[in-house]
Design a protein around this ligand. Structure first.
Ligand SMILES: Nc1nc2c(c(=O)[nH]1)N[C@H]1C(S)=C(S)[C@@H](COP(=O)(O)OP(=O)(O)OC[C@H]3O[C@@H](n4cnc5c(=O)[nH]c(N)nc54)[C@H](O)[C@@H]3O)O[C@H]1N2
Ligand SMILES: Nc1nc2c(c(=O)[nH]1)N[C@H]1C(S)=C(S)[C@@H](COP(=O)(O)OP(=O)(O)OC[C@H]3O[C@@H](n4cnc5c(=O)[nH]c(N)nc54)[C@H](O)[C@@H]3O)O[C@H]1N2
Ligand SMILES: [Mo]
Length: 660
């Protein structure tokens, strides 16, 4: 796999040093899978039939035009994905705002890194997931890894953790926690309390980085007023983490010459996800880590373009360059690049789950690019019900995902090795991927699909280029002067092997690998503590639903499984959904290892194979969300939303177990 231009070989690439996980080295199998879509499909008499591109394009464009005329521009909605290239994410946002004129666009990154993004912006004034190169971690003395299981979710990344003393915060004893020097095992949904307890220990034990706090931050006093009430013994009662371990964690971090705090989805995918991340950032600030050479806070990335996918306008409240769609100057600038009046741009739309929840009553058509929402969105029976009320569901994909199988029209598109485009990695570095193989007959790129639809909707052809480099050059102009300024990034510089981390405000600018060394991005240059308090999960366990279910990933499968479930080697290793449970908890529910359980919540139930594991907490069960149909973990999840990020509470809901 070629990750950058020709001068840097994949093996020397610093982020993964040529390493790939099992999904990586089997991913080539997908390029030639028999399940690959090679013709557009159109639903007639209840079934999907192959049709020509023109037939499918005309049908979609005519239906959208009619809907817009009868029900207004917001009757059409768009759902994107963090796996799309920057060029696709950018053109999709432009397509929605200009060709459709709809405010209703959001994407699966809302389910992914939105809480870390919101908390990063709140603390530092800028959301660049990892504001330092990932190779800095190799020299770190201590790393606090919160709610992330990179041994399974980013195996190549774990090499960067090898040199440090590792503290892992995870309710489960994961493969990552196995390697830790200290494993803290909180009850799911109690991270804010735990972070407050460790912050309390830092201050009480005399480890506060007082000079740093005075010189580089604001808001410590208000944050401390909250943390002062969370002494470690009290935190132990709420989280189950021994007070002594909280002091040990504080000590390990404070004694380290350089240290990092890193968060993943485990602490972020909560209705209090933004506050959770803020609480961990508070801890990092109290220790004086962010913006100090060799130390820092960062969030681990999700999808291939988790960072870039959240910068260029497929988010409901966003314009390219990480601009706000409500900011008049941003609207003026971007409208100028697009050649349309600023007043014609819609305002902010609904967040991902709110958008799906509104389908039928609100939007009557939905276009999906790069997400398998029938499997991956929370409360999935309700989402399926909403999708079924649509007049038109359109899905662009290269395989017949569960969502594509439910669509009225499916467009077969090219995949990663067949097309050019840029992705921005977890450290804000822009990478160019060039085509390595020729696409099969019958498929077209997402950019071409958007262009064809836009033209049929009356747009001038030159406004929707399909050449990735031309799209990128336009993106550069749209992003110029914004927080995520790409104006100095060119395909030429990337091909020459330059390591460009945004912002890159000019073609002679070297890029910004470490963004907070001198100042943070708030106007006063200071990082802000957030005075966040513990409230707990939106749905606590009770007599009826006495256990807490959390969901996440296994090594072999990727996301909704739309791609990895097609690879024999991966499905043989993990063929079906399981529920990981302590043997005593299983026995109490009358379940035996290897049997089947019904896992029920207030929203639905799923049938899962029982996997007993004596390292589990007695009050917690875990299910992976990679499986379809009746095996969907999302049949039980709680769509309670974070007030800041609009992230659903994927990581905790109340359930009960019964024999199936
Ligand atoms: N194999 C594989 N790798 C992947 C993916 C995949 O689907 N499969 N997906 C990619 C994407 S898009 C993403 S976003 C990343 C996600 O990568 P991770 O964040 O590492 O993955 P998760 O398994 O979702 O969650 C991590 C851990 O959070 C823990 N957790 C659950 N509840 C809590 C809690 O309340 N507090 C804390 N502190 N921890 C909790 C879980 O036990 C789990 O071990 O992985 C990427 N890599
Ligand atoms: N219960 C629970 N649910 C979760 C999570 C969890 O931890 N627990 N995690 C959430 C997270 S972090 C994420 S990121 C989401 C991910 O879940 P999804 O958004 O469903 O992600 P994928 O399964 O990767 O689906 C992407 C689809 O787009 C297709 N695709 C890939 N690349 C392209 C492209 O370039 N163009 C087009 N047109 N199609 C493409 C793929 O074939 C696939 O069918 O799930 C979320 N849902
Ligand atoms: Mo994700």
């Amino acid at each position: 796999m070629r990750l950058t231009g020709s001068t840097v070989s994949a093996r020397d690439f610093p982020t993964n040093r040529g390493g790939l996980c099992q999904k990586g080295w089997t991913s080539a199998e997908l390029l030639s899978t028999p399940a690959r879509l090679t013709s557009p499909l159109l639903r007639r008499d209840g079934r999907l039939h192959p049709v020509s591109w023109d037939t499918a394009l005309d049908f979609v464009a005519n239906t959208l035009r009619d809907l817009r005329a009868s029900s207004g521009a917001d009757s059409v909605a768009v759902f994107g994905g963090g796996g799309l290239t920057n060029e696709k994410a950018y053109l999709l946002g432009k397509f929605a705002r200009v060709a459709l004129g709809t405010a209703q666009i959001d994407y699966n990154g809302r389910f992914c890194m939105s809480s870390a993004a919101a908390a990063g912006t709140r603390a530092f004034g800028l959301d660049r997931g990892m504001p330092f190169p990932v190779t800095d971690l190799a020299a770190s003395d201590a790393i606090l890894l919160v709610g992330a299981n990179p041994a399974e979710t980013m195996p190549p990344f774990t090499q960067h953790l090898a040199g440090a003393r590792l503290i892992v915060v995870d309710p489960r004893r994961t493969a990552t926690a196995e390697r830790a020097d200290l494993h803290l095992r909180p009850r799911p949904g109690t991270d804010v309390a735990l972070a407050l307890g460790i912050l309390h220990a830092v201050v009480a034990d005399g480890h506060l980085a007082k000079d740093y706090v005075d010189e580089r931050t604001s808001g410590f006093d208000a944050a401390w007023r909250v943390a002062a009430a969370w002494w470690p013994e009290r935190v132990e009662r709420v989280t189950g983490v021994p007070a002594n371990d909280q002091h040990r964690a504080a000590d390990m971090l404070a004694q380290a010459g350089s240290a990092h705090v890193l968060t993943g989805r485990g602490t972020e995918q909560h209705a209090t996800g933004t506050d959770s991340v803020s609480a961990w950032i508070n801890l990092a600030l109290a220790l004086g880590l962010p913006g100090r050479p060799g130390s820092g806070y960062g969030c681990l990335t999700g999808q291939g373009n988790g960072q870039g996918g959240r910068e260029h306008g497929q988010k409901a409240d966003q314009l390219p360059g990480y601009r706000k769609i409500t900011d008049p100057a941003a609207r003026e600038h971007v409208a100028g690049v697009w050649g349309v009046p600023a007043e014609s741009l819609p305002g902010p739309g609904r967040s991902a789950y709110e958008l799906l929840d509104s389908l039928g009553d609100g939007p009557k058509a939905l276009l999906v690019f790069g997400s398998n929402i029938l499997v991956s969105a929370p409360r999935s029976a309700h989402v399926a019900d909403r999708l079924s009320t649509l007049d038109l569901l359109v899905v662009a994909d290269f395989v017949l995902s569960e969502t594509a199988a439910a669509a009225d029209v499916v467009f077969p598109v090219t995949q990663w090795a067949e097309e050019a485009g840029t992705m921005t990695n977890l450290e804000g570095r822009v990478l160019l991927r060039e085509p390595a193989v020729t696409p099969p007959d019958g498929v077209r790129g997402d950019l071409e699909l958007l262009r064809e639809l836009a033209i049929r909707l009356g747009q001038p052809a030159e406004r929707f280029p399909a050449d990735p480099e031309v799209v990128f050059d336009e993106l550069r102009r749209a992003a110029a002067g914004g927080p995520a300024d790409y104006s100095g990034v060119t395909y030429q510089r990337l091909r020459a092997g330059e390591a460009l981390h945004w912002p890159v405000p000019g073609t002679d600018h070297p890029g910004s690998p470490r963004v907070f060394l001198d100042r943070f991005a708030h106007p006063d240059g200071r990082a802000r503590f957030a005075a966040v308090d513990h409230t707990g999960p939106a749905e606590p366990a009770d007599a009826e639903f006495p256990l807490l279910a959390t969901t996440g990933r296994v090594l072999q499968h990727y996301q909704s499984g739309a791609q990895t479930r097609l690879v024999a080697e991966l499905t043989e290793a993990e063929p079906e959904v399981f529920v990981q449970v302590h043997p005593d908890t299983a026995a109490r529910a009358g379940l035996a290892d290897g049997g089947y359980a019904t896992v029920s919540s207030r929203r639905g139930r799923t049938r899962a194979k029982v996997r007993c594991d004596a390292t589990m907490r007695l009050d917690t069960v875990f299910l992976p969300f990679h499986f379809p149909g009746a095996q969907r973990a999302n049949l039980i999840t709680n769509p309670a939303l974070d007030p800041h990020s609009r992230m659903p509470e994927f990581k905790v809901c109340a359930v009960r177990l019964a024999a199936a």
